[in-house]
Design a protein around this ligand. Structure first.
Ligand code: SF4
Length: 312
């Protein structure tokens, strides 16, 4: 599969089939924590980056067997709302496969554009990021394309909230020393209250990011930050629940997952619904075949695909 990946056991979404509409790595931001690596094409241009027709063919072929899924998720190698056909793909899924929920993971940077809001308004769940509100912190963490400002992002989020009746979860990625100061947290709290999401999720680095100096924070710090954001409902992103989907092509799924995000053996075992031993056996075989490379991160040894570098 070229545009689909998984299903994987996402820690936030359950059993999730991923749709990757963007070529690696095309994004409107170049976040320092991105697990897909550096942004090669930093852009705000809306275009049909991959052919919608091919994506729909892959979806129809995969979904014709009525697989057990909790959600179909737009994410992957860049910012999915840059793709001018995302609305067409969502409409197709809603018309033909109404039994599946649809989620969009977005950096939220383009929601000030009405056509982008219209394109994703049919999703059941939208998870935009909002890591910082001051120009300095926003620039330092997200390194956006020219023309994207934090005030435009917050305005776009507010407008989207007013037009969208689905579930909206704002994700804040905490980078110690940049957006965990009193001032930044106050600004974030104010902005989140103005937007009015259903939930705020706090996240931090738990696998190698783009910049090696970026560190994560411990759970105690995340708990303190969550209290600081009251009365917003805040969740600290947890660990996988261990559910898994039976995989017809497990090695292919492991490779598709590692092409988009570096993972430990435990991450993979949980995502694939396999035992750790079975996961290790398969991963070592793929590594022996020269398909994987290894990197040490905060949670241990991470595997990633060798041929294409990092993607989401
Ligand atoms: S984290 Fe998301 S928004 Fe940031 S550079 Fe990576 S793909 Fe783009």
């Amino acid at each position: 599969m070229k545009y689909l990946f998984g299903p994987v056991n996402s820690r936030r979404l359950g059993i999730s089939l991923g749709i990757d509409l963007m070529p690696h790595k095309t994004c409107s931001m170049d976040c320092i924590y991105c697990e897909c690596g550096c942004t090669d094409r930093l852009t705000t241009e809306l275009r049909e980056y991959t052919p919608v027709e091919r994506v729909l063919e892959e979806l129809d072929a995969f979904l014709s067997s009525a697989p057990r899924l909790d959600v179909i998720t737009f994410s992957g190698s860049g910012e999915p709302t840059l793709h001018s056909g995302i609305g067409d793909v969502i409409r197709h899924l809603k018309e033909r496969y109404p039994q599946y929920r649809i989620a969009v993971l977005t950096n939220g940077s383009l929601l000030w554009r009405p056509e982008v809001r219209r394109a994703i308004v049919g999703a059941d769940l939208v998870i935009p990021s909002l890591d910082a509100v001051s120009q300095e912190a926003f620039g330092a963490i997200n390194r956006p394309a020219a023309g994207i400002t934090p005030s435009a992002v917050v305005r776009g989020l507010g407008e989207f909230r007013r037009e969208y009746s689905g579930r909206l979860i704002l994700e804040i990625f905490i980078v110690p020393g940049i957006n965990d100061t009193d001032r930044e947290l106050s600004l974030l709290r104010e902005a989140c209250l103005a937007v009015g999401p259903d939930l705020v999720q706090l996240n931090t680095l738990d696998r190698p990011g783009t910049e090696g100096w970026v560190a994560g924070v411990d759970r105690g710090t995340l708990k303190r930050i969550s209290r600081r954001l009251a009365p917003l409902e805040v969740e600290i992103t947890g660990t996988p629940e261990g559910r898994g989907a039976a995989a017809p092509d497990t090695d292919g799924m492991i490779l598709a997952t590692l092409r988009r995000r570096p993972s430990t053996l435990d991450d993979l075992a949980s995502a694939m619904g396999l035992s750790r031993e079975e996961t290790e056996r398969r991963v070592l075989q793929l590594k022996a075949a020269g398909m994987l490379e290894v990197e040490r991160g905060g949670r241990g040894v991470f595997f990633r695909l060798r041929e294409r570098g990092r993607e989401m």
